[in-house]
Design a protein around this ligand. Sequence first.
Ligand SMILES: Nc1ncnc2c1ncn2[C@@H]1O[C@H](COP(=O)(O)OP(=O)(O)OP(=O)(O)O)[C@@H](O)[C@H]1O
Length: 262
Amino acid sequence: MTPTPAPLLTVRDLRVVIGGRHILHGVDLEVAASGTTALLGRNGAGKTTTVRGILGLVPRTGSVLLAGEETVRLTTYALVRKGIGYAPEDRGVFAALTVAENLRLAERPGAGEPAYDLVYELFPELKLRARQAAGTLSGGQQQMVAIARTLLNGNRLIIADEPTKGLAPKVVTEVAQVLERAAEAVPVLLVEQNLAVVRRLARHCVVLADGRTAHRGPAADLLADAEAARRLLGVGSTGRPTAGAPVRTAARPAARTTEADA
Ligand SMILES: Nc1ncnc2c1ncn2[C@@H]1O[C@H](COP(=O)(O)OP(=O)(O)OP(=O)(O)O)[C@@H](O)[C@H]1O
């Protein structure tokens, strides 16, 4: 039997306190050395904070091992240089700059020749729109710029935070296709609420609840278990939020998890 490869990223007891408020109470997760690992959970469970904790964008304690090397005390800048590419939830494109300028800004000195061939093979549209101001792109096209930037520098890991959020069904499918191909080249940690996308892309999943790890395992097993999906994600077998899903008390929307569109 072939031994299972060691995880690329191992997070242990990740804790985040912001403004005196405990947001993460000890998250444990692994990102597999290949393919896509999905980070799931209801709204407000702590997914984005976990990603930001891994990247050092918020003060954190615990352990974050990248290929066995402890990174929890590194700055975000140092972590990026170690080969973590990040496509944030808000996409982070520079609206006034062109597509080509956005990509050029992402080039990292010392990371070797930027992989424009790969980027333009995956995103031919970005080549056609190289001179267009990024602020005038559609949401899906901006998302492609955000993902393309993570692929330029031969990164070892890509973290994509809700890349399909707010996109039209057809565009969700396009972004999912691109992520699928990207994950053939680089392991991906994918924060995602669209369960059809998770079903299509993710081999493994980690579910957070209230700032803690509530479940880890094969994504297909969780999605096949309607009771577990309902309990952990607040969705029924249709993938729609169930009557028992928690009512949001904060200004956030109700759990948006859906099975539609991929
Ligand atoms: N800077 C902050 N200051 C105070 N509270 C915060 C801050 N960032 C996050 N939180 C709180 O921490 C909790 C987790 O937020 P987080 O954005 O990590 O959740 P999430 O699982 O990504 O949610 P969603 O799916 O809705 O994006 C929420 O209750 C949120 O309001």
